[in-house]
Design a protein around this ligand. Structure first.
Ligand SMILES: Cc1ncc(COP(=O)(O)O)c(C=O)c1O
Length: 382
């Protein structure tokens, strides 16, 4: 459907009704294969790795949400990232923002490097440094903004300019913002990736990944990888992500409001040394972020004085889920050192500024006052 405003699009994007029965959601086509009337001319669907109507409904939906020509759903966010890397060949080089999600670092550093893909990690919040890492065999720039877990900001318009000068592809991990707050393809980015496990799914009940591609030819190439490499999302999980997307707008709005309240409150707590949240006017990337996104998002991180204090906080809170992940309707407190960024060495984490006292908070839909009261009692314990 064309020209709908975002909140309407979340409800009505893709194929929202079953065309045969009028059912209010696309059925879960739990089938691996499809009967062919004419074995010489196969029908629209032949085998669920190549195409499944439930997955297709989700793929059409995410393509519309981000203004792409092709959307693809994968078994996880990392499967979407790995499949995208299969577009490149041994000997190609990518420049990747330094403080990417730890699993993204790991797949580049431990798998694709071994396979011959070259990679340089560079600070993308400083574009001189970032562009300085481009070499004659560079084929793409890969960024995450806001980055994980320090919420650093990269100027997407400038990344696109640099890429055009050097004839490079641009890839963004848009997980933290989701299409509710940031539509990178509108700014000229070629591929937008998501861990749909997070805000798109939204309920901490599914692991999924998404890629949205602007150019139809590039989309066709990645669709080929999706089928050939095979890291597809199953029909049940596709249905769950689509169900999550229908409430994306209201969830993001409320979770962001809660994050803003908590970020401001945390800056006033004596135990908290630093708060990282791009919605705060004091954040160094605030102006750039607000020029390319419509909000600060629902994730922030903050620093306590030591690992002992961080552990004390995490073992004292009662309301947040303490664990891996973000973007759910429940508030989630994570510890990057042993969770999202465990794939980095102690030295690498120290260089990036991921200190042992850093914790990450993803705000859910609870009343923020309850979270504040709970964190207050936990902080006073340390
Ligand atoms: C920013 C970001 N990208 C990608 C991923 C990987 O996604 P998944 O866990 O769905 O494979 C994560 C997971 O935490 C993430 O936070």
């Amino acid at each position: 459907m064309k020209n709908l405003r975002p909140d309407s699009l979340f409800v009505h994007s893709g194929i929202t009704r079953d065309p045969r029965t009028g059912a209010s959601s696309v059925p879960i086509f739990q089938a691996s294969t499809f009967h062919q009337e004419d074995p010489l001319h196969l029908g629209e669907y032949d085998y669920s790795r190549s195409g499944n109507p439930t997955r297709e409904a989700l793929e059409k939906s995410v393509a519309e949400l981000e203004g792409g020509s092709v959307g693809l759903a994968f078994a996880s966010g990392i499967a979407a990232i790995s499949s995208t890397l299969m577009l490149f060949a041994p000997g190609d080089h990518l420049v990747v923002c330094a403080d990417v999600y730890g699993g993204t670092f790991r797949v580049f550093d431990k798998l694709f490097r071994r396979w011959g893909l070259e990679v340089t990690f560079a600070d993308a919040s400083n574009l001189e440094t970032f562009a300085g890492a481009i070499t004659p065999n560079t084929k793409a720039l890969f960024v995450e903004t806001p980055s994980n877990p320090l919420l650093k900001i990269t100027d997407l318009r400038k990344v696109v300019e640099i890429a055009k000068t050097h004839n490079l592809l641009t890839i963004i991990d848009n997980t933290f913002m989701s299409p509710a707050f940031q539509r990178p393809l509108d700014l000229g980015i070629d591929i937008s990736l998501h861990s749909a496990t997070k805000f798109l799914g939204g309920h901490s009940d599914v692991v999924a990944g998404i890629a949205v591609i602007k150019d139809p030819q590039l989309g066709k190439r990645l669709r080929f990888v999706q089928n050939a490499f095979g890291a597809i999302l199953g029909p049940q999980d596709s249905w769950l992500v689509q169900r999550g997307i229908k409430t994306l707008g209201v969830r993001m709005e409320r979770q962001q409001k809660n994050a803003g309240i908590l970020a401001h409150w945390l800056t006033q707590q004596p135990e908290v040394l630093k708060v990282f949240y791009p919605g705060l006017p004091t954040h160094p990337g605030h102006a750039i972020h607000m020029s390319q996104a419509s909000g600060g998002g629902a994730v922030l991180s903050f620093e306590l004085a030591s690992q002992a204090q961080a552990v004390q906080l995490m073992t004292s809170v009662k309301l947040p889920l303490v664990g891996v992940s973000l973007g759910g309707i429940e508030t989630i407190l994570s510890y990057p050192t042993t969770m999202s960024h465990a794939a980095f060495s102690v030295q690498e984490r120290a260089t990036l500024g991921i200190s042992p006292g850093l914790v990450r908070l993803s705000l859910g839909l609870e009343d923020p006052q309850d979270i504040i009261e709970d964190i207050t009692q936990a902080l006073r314990n340390i």
